[in-house]
Design a protein around this ligand. Structure first.
Ligand SMILES: C[S@@+](CC[C@H](N)C(=O)[O-])C[C@H]1O[C@@H](n2cnc3c(N)ncnc32)[C@H](O)[C@@H]1O
Length: 426
């Protein structure tokens, strides 16, 4: 059983407020868990299929909960994420008063400074972001964030892309800073004197605590970041990759239902989605120890190994980029396709990927190419861990040392993932 402690008076008061607002709470309560802040604990034995929490739409904070007099100020548009943060920053105090007990349960700015890489010291957050609002060093001696987060490598220079492509789980920090910059542009166009720290705080609150929400009867937006809602009380749930909790918005209520039985005192998690640890680190400020969805991407390593003609062929065949290695399945098919290109005639390769012809790639050769790529990742991991260990020895600020340790742990996970995959390929 996980150890936990009482959450504190403000959480008890907020729970009572939630119930008074129509939130149904059955057999769960907030509690404090070491390393995870607040979370949800079973206050009695819970049976599979029991609804543990149900939050009505009336109490959620979505775009529809913002008065039109406020929303209409943003005639030039602002992302939903920015609008919610803008409302929390600039909404009328008499309207925001409704949420004061809820707000008292949220993490502090200090909590974000500890956990969210976007707020870490410059030397720990160098990335390929062109959107950094918070200045970053231009030539720090070492990249410390993992490549999926930073988009950079210590052991080689990235080749320019032949073509841009969508990468949901790469260049994480750059993607986050781009969203923050768009929100900041939107809010300052209407409120030029916006306090950066206040806005940033609420933007991070929305970033780490919002749920997916599409207004009943409306089409889901193309960008999931445009489908956001804050859901009081449910935002106590921490994340686990294989959480045993069914989450559903039925058009009226956000419902959280047990999919197994829980014993009194057990922490109840939900899943925020199938997220690799580098995404969790950048977007939520933590990494999971066990994560079936953990992934590393070989794109930059593979691209430096391909000729321009090979890259153009991959673009043509729609296999350019997103070469994953996952904890669960090892190399993905796209990675195998890129590797098979290196060991087949172009004609056989085209026939193979189009499902024509009898020639299939030699699996030993394909495995040895993928192994070679993974060794490049392992080299990066070893160099970066050495750099981080050296930084840790010299670090005198405790809070910076703890961030360096987070990075060392993450890099060791990456090493483990690469080594496991290499051994499976042998
Ligand atoms: C929706 S909130 C959950 C409640 C939060 N723990 C709190 O103290 O208010 C999401 C945040 O919880 C933390 N979190 C969630 N799942 C976690 C986990 N498995 N391990 C560590 N921290 C976690 C992260 O700080 C994340 O940004």
């Amino acid at each position: 059983m996980t150890s936990f402690s009482p959450p504190g008076e403000e959480h008890t008061e907020f729970m009572q407020w939630s119930i008074a607002q129509g939130v149904e709470i059955n057999g769960v309560a907030p509690a404090r868990f070491p390393g995870r802040g607040l979370g949800m604990v079973a206050t009695r034995d819970i049976q599979a299929n029991e609804v543990m929490v149900s939050v009505p739409i009336s109490v959620m904070l979505s775009v529809d909960g913002i008065p039109p007099s406020f929303t209409n100020l943003f005639v030039d548009g602002i992302p939903i994420h920015g609008l919610l943060a803008a409302f929390l920053t600039h909404g009328k105090p008499e309207i925001l008063k409704k949420y004061s007990l809820w707000k008292a349960t949220w993490p502090t700015r200090q909590d974000f400074e500890e956990s969210m890489p976007i707020l870490w010291p410059e030397k720990l957050r160098e990335s390929n972001s062109a959107h950094a609002i918070i200045p970053q060093a231009v030539d720090s001696s070492s990249i410390t964030l993992p490549p999926s987060a930073s988009g950079l490598w210590n052991t080689f220079r990235k080749r320019p892309l032949v073509q841009e492509y969508a990468t949901k789980h790469q260049n994480q920090l750059a993607q986050q800073e781009k969203r923050l910059q768009a929100a900041w542009k939107g809010v300052t166009a209407v409120f030029p004197d916006t306090d950066w720290d206040a806005f940033l705080y609420y933007w991070l609150i929305v970033n780490t605590r919002s749920f997916y929400y599409v207004k009943p009867g409306e089409e889901p937006p193309e960008d999931a970041n445009e489908a956001m809602v804050l859901v009081p009380f449910a935002d106590y749930f921490n994340h686990k990759d294989d959480a045993q909790c069914h989450v559903e918005f039925d058009g009226q209520n956000y419902i959280f239902q047990a999919t197994k039985s829980y014993e009194k005192g057990e922490e109840i998690y939900m899943s925020y989605g199938t997220h690799p640890n580098d995404l969790l680190l950048i977007e939520y400020g933590f990494c999971l120890q066990e994560n079936e969805s953990d992934t590393v991407y070989l794109d930059d390593i593979i691209f430096k190994d391909l000729t321009t003609a090979e890259k153009e062929e991959l673009i043509f065949q729609q296999y350019y980029g997103n070469y994953q290695i996952t904890t669960e399945s090892g190399p993905c098919f796209r990675t195998e396709v890129a590797a098979s290109m290196k060991c087949m005639s172009r004609r056989d390769w085209r026939n193979y990927i189009q499902g024509r012809g009898a020639v299939t790639p030699n699996s030993e050769k394909v495995n040895s190419i993928i192994r070679y790529w993974l060794e490049a990742y392992l080299k990066e991991a070893n160099v970066t861990i050495d750099n981080l260990e050296t930084m840790l020895k010299a670090e005198t600020v405790d809070s910076t040392a703890s961030k360096i340790k987070v990075l060392i742990d993450r890099w060791n996970q990456i090493k483990h993932l690469c080594n496991e995959t290499v051994s499976k390929l042998d």
